[in-house]
Design a protein around this ligand. Structure first.
Ligand code: NCD
Length: 310
């Protein structure tokens, strides 16, 4: 395993199952610190730069919370308004300059490959906080952590990824990661928003059993984990195309009557209409816990790449 100190986190494909398990175990140790029951100063004197060229609530705030809970500090921006990007500054120049202001950089950007490009211009570790329809590796670690924490294992589970599998970066990263864990995977999407074939091929090559369908009803009775995603409106070249598929799926109480008793329902959030809010009160709903889990997982990653803690 490569050393963690100074490591970029650009794509989940750069991480082996063993690497991911190290993060999950470290995250578990961070849980009482994330809850505020214990306090730690391992990142005292360290600065994290949050460069968000696209909207974010959870990713940005959970990185901030993680950093602050460990005694570090955060600077950055949450939209390009008010930055020199509006004057035409390139990503490369922005990153070169931020290198002088911070010890690690989180980047969210509308262009696929932006984080990898940024990493070429700085020695500081770069964390991909979502690059267009590409990848979202730290969300995946939080998703894996949630599955592991709720189910006690990942191997052997039947996991269905539902929604916009074409543009959804959280679904892309999670599919890649699960390929190494011995699960069986179902991809459920509306016609036209299927999981890219390269990802399906790669997952199959790992020996994972993969099925694809357009019907959510097909997977509900067999799934241990239902991972629901939003249709990514902002990625559609044509708004009419979005209207055609918006509201394709809705997880509600009648649908869940067919589910296993111990099904867990995950969603990277934000949701639009794909989960009926009445479902929040059922024991299936784990998506707010999943959002909280961002904090211990990002605490673990920050300690590891900044080379402190244990
Ligand atoms: C996701 C994203 O930005 O890709 N949000 C998140 O980080 N939790 C999911 C989405 O926007 O649908």
């Amino acid at each position: 395993m490569a050393s963690w100190k100074g490591r970029d986190i650009l794509s989940i494909r750069d991480f082996s199952r063993g690497d991911m398990e190290v993060v999950l175990k470290h995250a578990r140790k961070m849980a009482p610190f994330a809850e505020g029951q214990k306090s730690s100063q391992t990142l005292e004197g360290k600065i994290l730069a949050n460069l968000f060229f696209e909207p974010s609530t959870r990713t940005r705030l959970s990185f901030e919370s993680a950093m602050i809970r460990l005694g570090g500090r955060v600077l950055g921006f949450s939209s390009v308004e008010g930055t020199s990007v509006q004057k035409g500054e390139t990503l490369a120049d922005t990153v070169r300059m931020v290198e002088g202001y911070a010890d690690a950089i989180v980047l969210r950007h509308p262009h696929e490959g932006a984080a990898r490009l940024a990493a070429e211009f700085t020695e500081r570790p770069v964390i991909n906080g979502g690059d267009g329809a590409g990848q979202h590796p730290t969300q995946t670690l939080q998703d894996l952590y949630t599955i592991w924490d709720e189910k006690g294992k990942i191997e052997g589970l039947s996991i269905a990824l539902v929604g916009d599998l074409k543009y959804g970066r959280t679904a892309h990263s999670l599919a890649h990661a699960l390929a190494g864990f011995g699960t069986s995977l179902s991809f459920v999407s509306p016609p036209g928003l299927e999981m890219p074939w390269e990802i399906i091929e790669e997952v199959k090559k790992s020996g994972t059993a993969v099925s694809t369908t357009h019907r959510l009803e097909d997977v509900v009775p067999v799934a241990d984990v239902l991972y629901v995603t939003r249709i990514q409106r902002e990625r559609f070249p044509d708004p009419q195309e979005y209207e055609r598929v918006a509201g394709s799926y809705r997880v509600d109480l009648p649908l869940l009557r067919e589910a296993k008793k111990d099904l867990i329902l995950l969603h990277p959030l934000p949701r639009t209409t794909e989960i009926d809010p009445v479902v929040d009160r059922t024991p299936y709903a784990k998506y707010f816990r999943q959002a909280f889990n961002a904090v211990p997982v990002r605490m673990a990653l920050l300690e590891m790449i900044l080379g402190v803690g244990g």
